[in-house]
Design a protein around this ligand. Structure first.
Ligand code: ZN
Length: 301
């Protein structure tokens, strides 16, 4: 494994030196998750060559670089990634790419405000996009980095970020008013893995993930039993599957609850660590967040 990574990194460096810019003169920007791709697209627009590595339904915790990714990373001028060990299998690759400009959005945030976690080497919960305020800060950060890299486009990137931040602020207001319609005691969110802690903190939900904070460890029988008791005790009406995590764990949980005579429904599929298909509303950060909140509120009402 180590050897493979070393070869990949050597390839990046050799190819990277040859391909500073593509023939159209625009900088090559590579992003990891679909949330970050969407964010960078909103700021950079047609002024950058943008390539995202992870599509819809892809789990970043388990994602490994493919040969195609090696080519993309090799020709990248800037790589934007989440950091905080979200992309657990790519960390080693990024850390060795000293010749590349690798930018982790998580590094820009005030660490003292992040949610701690023992599951990650970073010691922080990496699911930062579920706090809209962090996404606003990340928008400003991306605009700053792109403006430094392409100074003559700075006014465009600044305007784009201002427009997008306005949309994100509107989103936050809209989500809050939808959540307001849900009684406080019904604000319990049970999902496949702990992706929604920042969401819970921002909107006063109690959040419980079956698999803990990363999908790298599978839920055990004990986790299922413990969580099914919690669901019954708190009279939770619905639990949720996630688009980037196999649904069998949540189905096992539902079966465990229902076998004890309590009825819990699967309230729908939430987008946690990846957006929906591109070209659909859920294929954007804003559309994804609205979809998630509508799905949660409708099922728990
Ligand atoms: Zn996750």
């Amino acid at each position: 494994m180590k050897k493979t990574i070393l070869i990949l990194v050597t390839t990046f460096i050799i190819l990277g030196c040859k391909n500073e810019k593509q023939s159209n003169g625009k900088l090559n920007i590579v992003t990891t998750t679909s949330m970050i791709t969407d964010l960078v697209k909103n700021i950079g627009g047609e002024h950058i060559n943008l390539q995202g590595l992870m599509g819809s339904g892809v789990d970043p915790h388990l994602y490994k670089a493919s040969e195609g990714d090696v080519t993309k990373l090799a020709s990248a001028d800037i790589i934007f990634y989440n950091g905080l060990h979200l992309e657990g299998k790519l960390v080693e690759v990024f850390e060795k790419m000293k010749s590349k400009k690798t930018i982790a959005l998580g590094d820009n945030l005030d660490k003292s405000t992040l949610i701690g976690s023992d599951y990650f080497a970073s010691n922080y919960d990496p699911h930062i996009w579920f706090n809209v305020d962090y996404w606003i800060e990340s928008t400003q950060y991306v605009a700053k980095i792109l403006s430094e890299a392409i100074p003559d486009k700075k006014p465009i990137f600044t305007t784009n970020s201002e427009v997008y931040i306005k949309k994100l602020k509107n989103l936050k207001t809209k989500l809050s008013s939808t959540i307001e319609t849900l009684p406080k005691e019904a604000r319990i969110l049970v999902t496949a893995h702990d992706a929604f802690n920042y969401f819970g903190k921002a909107f006063n939900f109690e959040v419980v993930g079956l698999q803990g904070i990363s999908t790298a460890t599978e839920a055990g029988v004990q986790d299922v039993q413990k969580l099914s008791a919690f669901i019954i005790e708190n009279n939770v009406k619905a639990i949720f599957i996630e688009s980037s995590v196999p649904k069998r764990t949540i189905e096992a949980l539902q079966a465990a609850v229902n076998s004890k005579g309590h009825h819990v429904i699967i309230g729908g599929s939430l987008y946690s660590d990846a957006l929906g298909n591109s070209g659909t509303a859920e294929g954007t950060y804003i559309g994804m967040f609205e979809y998630n909140v509508n799905t949660i509120v409708n099922a728990l009402k």
